[in-house]
Design a protein around this ligand. Structure first.
Ligand code: SF4
Length: 375
């Protein structure tokens, strides 16, 4: 493994020192960061996520709302995940699909995929996120390429959340119509990462950390980052995620970026979260990202409870899922398969759309067209 790309930046950082700096931020640092809203530095982001920023939450929310409307208008982009397989060769101690978890393993065939597509399209969804476990033999790049080609006529925006791939494999999938790839580092704490990922290819921290660089080099349109909230001290993980995006934006200027806020949720056979985050803290974190970067897309899934999702509308989030199932075949439910994690908001896309409209936002089902993939 070479140490170019973000890896070379990361090697010069020390987790404890970054955490101490976040916790030593003062009110004056927060005020300076607010003054530079939309054009801040990573140091400003540190101030905005620090405990010193908690008394400024109302100001942060107002600023975040203003920046979001300026860049994105009063809109909310909708998407839905489609789980293709729960096969996984990794042991991740926080995931229901972990290799050591005894559960029925299912990989959808063409017919089953198209049945899922039919249900998803009947909900009005046009932006789909394909998800699998990490199992190169069962759901390797050939399977993914075939799945993308199969569903491409039905969706204008296809995203992927699967095992990290090589640059040429991303190029191949991009040529078939793949638009966005999400790859979460889970935690940037190297030692803790090894504890949470004891076996399988995912235990290679550096290879995963290098993945967004490979995506940028492959010219993928949008790259999604995130840390799994619940594994390690959330402020420090958020700082590393923001720094990662900051580096990528400057290196791969042709790509767009999104940040997600996955929070550890219950699932069969998994560990309890080591750390917790309150909804107030999560609001601060979302606003901090927006004030730090006015262009980044911020995404919130159905892992969060309905009242929180209602509350956060308009404050910085630009993309939301609805009606999600987190097991393969979950929309047609012909196969018995365990879900990856429990969802908290089970409102249908139509119900969610009404809530979004009632909050004064326009629901966007489609923000991309396949023909643009050729440009
Ligand atoms: S988090 Fe991903 S890689 Fe880990 S067990 Fe779950 S599906 Fe597999």
């Amino acid at each position: 493994m070479n140490t170019s790309g973000f890896l070379s930046v990361f090697e010069n950082l020390d987790w404890d020192r970054c955490r101490d700096r976040i916790y030593s931020m003062k009110a004056s640092d927060v005020e300076a960061a607010l003054h530079r809203a939309g054009k801040g530095s990573p140091d400003d982001f540190m101030a905005l996520i620090s405990p010193a920023a908690a008394p400024y939450l109302e100001t942060m929310a107002r600023t975040s709302r203003m920046l979001t409307q300026k860049r994105f208008g009063k809109t909310m982009q909708m998407y839905i995940p489609m789980y293709l397989s729960n096969e996984c060769q990794n042991i991740c101690t926080y995931c229901g699909f972990s290799f050591d978890n005894k559960l029925p393993r299912v990989t959808l065939n063409d017919e089953q995929i198209l049945e899922e597509v039919k249900v998803i399209k009947s909900m009005g969804m046009d932006h789909v996120l394909l998800v699998t476990g990490e199992a190169n033999r069962k759901v390797g790049v050939d399977y993914l390429a075939h799945a993308i080609s199969l569903i491409r006529p039905y969706f204008s925006h296809i995203s992927l959340e699967v095992q990290p791939l090589e640059q040429d494999e991303y190029e191949r999938l991009g040529a078939l119509g793949l638009h966005t790839v999400l790859v979460y580092q889970e935690t940037y704490h190297r030692d803790a990462y090894k504890d949470y990922h004891p076996k399988g290819k995912k235990s290679n921290f550096e290879y995963r950390l290098d993945t967004p660089d490979r995506l940028g080099k492959a010219g993928i349109h949008k790259i999604g980052l995130g840390a799994l909230i619940g594994l390690e001290e959330w402020r420090t993980d958020a700082f590393f995620t923001a720094l990662h995006m900051y580096y990528l934006e400057r290196t791969y200027w042709q790509s767009r970026f999104s940040i997600s806020f996955p929070r550890l949720r219950p699932a069969e056979g998994i560990i309890e979260p080591r750390v917790s985050i309150s909804e107030k803290d999560l609001t601060q974190l979302i606003c901090a990202y927006r004030i730090f970067n006015e262009n980044v897309e911020l995404s919130l899934s159905t892992r969060e409870r309905p009242t929180f999702r209602n509350h956060i509308l308009g404050l910085g989030i630009t993309t939301m899922s609805a009606g999600s199932r987190t097991n393969p075949g979950g929309y047609t439910e012909k196969e018995e398969s365990l879900e990856q994690f429990e969802i908290d908001d089970d409102r249908s896309p139509a119900e969610m759309a009404k809530v979004i409209r009632d909050a004064g936002l326009e629901v966007v089902w489609k923000d991309w067209d396949r023909v643009l993939n050729a440009s």
